[in-house]
Design a protein around this ligand. Structure first.
Ligand code: NAD
Ligand code: UFG
Length: 334
């Protein structure tokens, strides 16, 4: 079965490509390399023994998408990872985010309609949930994004709901990721952000290899067990497996529109992460406490039950696996 991955050379897309190839799917990738490197394609081949068909194209470009479909009329499903994801940048350049993240979804839906492709998986995020003190977050918890990036995720979910209502034979699964970290066990693919990382694990990894002196922990006065922020970190390979499970359900047919959290249901604090990282990799990461980061919340974690019950998906990799594999990849790419 042929599957098109948009943004398939990025962090989550590349791990999903590996997982799908290893499950016997034929993977086609479209990526414009705006936040990834072409070498990832060869890494996917090194891991799986198969070089996926690759198109360096912009997913917003409908003509380019049509060409891809002309050459691959048998694409059964699309997994749409492509998009920009930096919250801070989205506040400074909202139009860039609306254009890319919403424009890409609209182009895909138009071209899918033309080529009668009816199966779609969308990369959404925990960021679509309204700020709440009530945890865990269920798929029907109140929604409300608080920055332009988050709104592009939320608006895309709404667009998909409207489209599916108008086309009842169109199948959509929306996956809301919590905090993906970690890397493939080969150490060949992982997260490799440009510039100064915004997210916790990439920053920790760069401290560990000496690129930065120490980690700044944003706030130690939250109402949590040790005062630092708590999140639901999920190993990216588990996340990739979640996509394979979603794809199985999607192509079984008659799904309509379904939404699933992909998380572990367990919250870890920033100090849990740093301490585990130091325990498994050697005492490499120093830190200092600084003031809270604007916009951050104290605690966020998923209820993973719906994905467990309906997709048969349960994350199995633990925090030590996440910290070890992240560092392994960082060392190889330093
Ligand atoms: P990433 O930046 O590593 O991967 C995205 C890929 O899409 C990159 O390879 C980039 O070059 C490509 N891309 C961007 N715009 C494109 C376009 N118009 N045409 C073709 N290619 C394009 O990001 P990621 O962490 O792998 O995230 C994948 C998806 O998951 C994104 O939609 C993101 O919003 C969502 N998500 C990520 C996280 C996270 O913490 N990483 C959390 C929740 C949701
Ligand atoms: N943190 C630090 N120091 C840093 C970076 C982060 O202390 O240098 C803390 C944050 O304050 C937070 C925790 O580490 O408590 C996690 O922060 P991240 O930036 O790694 O992740 P967030 O939960 O803030 O947000 C991420 C993505 C969002 C996405 C969300 C849920 O950036 O886009 O996960 O999926 F919506």
């Amino acid at each position: 079965m042929k599957i098109l991955l948009t943004g398939g050379l990025g962090y989550i897309g590349s791990h999903t490509a590996v997982e799908l190839i290893q499950n016997g799917y034929e993977v086609v990738i479209v990526d414009n390399l705006s936040n990834s490197k072409i070498e990832v394609l060869n890494k996917i081949e090194l891991i799986t023994g198969i070089l996926p068909k690759f198109y360096q194209k912009d997913v917003c470009d409908q003509h380019a998408l049509q060409e891809i479909f002309e050459e691959n009329k048998d694409i059964e499903a699309i997994i749409h990872f492509a998009g920009f994801k930096a919250v801070g940048e989205s506040c400074l350049e909202p139009l860039k985010y609306y254009k890319n993240n919403i424009g890409s979804t609209l182009s895909l839906l138009n071209v899918m309609e033309k080529y009668n492709c009816k199966n779609f998986i969308y990369s959404s995020s925990a960021t679509v949930y309204a700020v709440s003190e009530i945890m865990p977050l269920y798929e029907d918890s109140p929604l409300g994004a608080s920055n332009p990036y988050g709104r592009t995720k939320l608006f895309n979910e709404e667009i998909l709901k409207d489209y599916q209502t108008a086309h009842p034979d169109f199948n959509v699964i929306i996956l809301r990721y919590f905090n993906p970290i970690g890397a493939h066990e080969s150490g060949l693919i992982g997260e490799d952000p440009n510039g100064i990382p915004n997210n916790l694990m990439p920053y920790i990894c760069k401290v560990a290899v000496g690129e930065f002196d120490h980690l700044k922990i944003f706030g130690n006065d939250y109402n949590t067990k040790d005062g630092t922020g708590v999140r639901d970190y999920i190993h990216v390979v588990d996340l990739a497996i979640g996509h394979a499970k979603a794809l199985e359900k999607l192509t079984d047919g008659d799904v309509g529109l379904k939404i699933y959290n992909l998380g572990t249901g367990v919250g870890y604090s920033v100090l849990d992460i740093v301490n585990t990282f130091n325990k498994v990799n050697g005492n490499l990461v120093k830190y200092e406490f600084v003031s809270r980061r604007p916009g951050d919340i104290a605690i966020c974690y998923a209820s993973p039950k719906k994905a467990e019950n309906e997709l048969g998906f349960k994350a199995t990799r633990n925090l030590e696996d996440m910290c070890k594999s992240s560092y392994e990849y960082q060392k190889n790419n330093h």
